[in-house]
Design a protein around this ligand. Structure first.
Ligand SMILES: [Zn+2]
Length: 61
């Protein structure tokens, strides 16, 4: 078993070194992951807003 001191990117099939000790991904995939997370976040916010307005409409009946 070999011990690696350098953390590598968690991305599937990517073995690049992470850009900082606390990072989980290499620079390229960190950017990709963050962009993705922001997209998911805004979608969830939109869905949450729709769900809220539906609930409010139901209560107003
Ligand atoms: Zn990577």
């Amino acid at each position: 078993m070999k011990k690696e001191k350098v953390k590598t990117c968690k991305y599937f099939k990517c073995n690049k070194e992470v850009y900082s000790p606390k990072a989980e991904f290499c620079g390229e995939h960190e950017r990709f992951y963050r962009g993705h997370r922001n997209t998911i976040g805004s979608v969830l916010l939109t869905l949450g807003g729709i769900a809220l307005s539906v609930l409010v409409k139901k209560q107003m009946k």
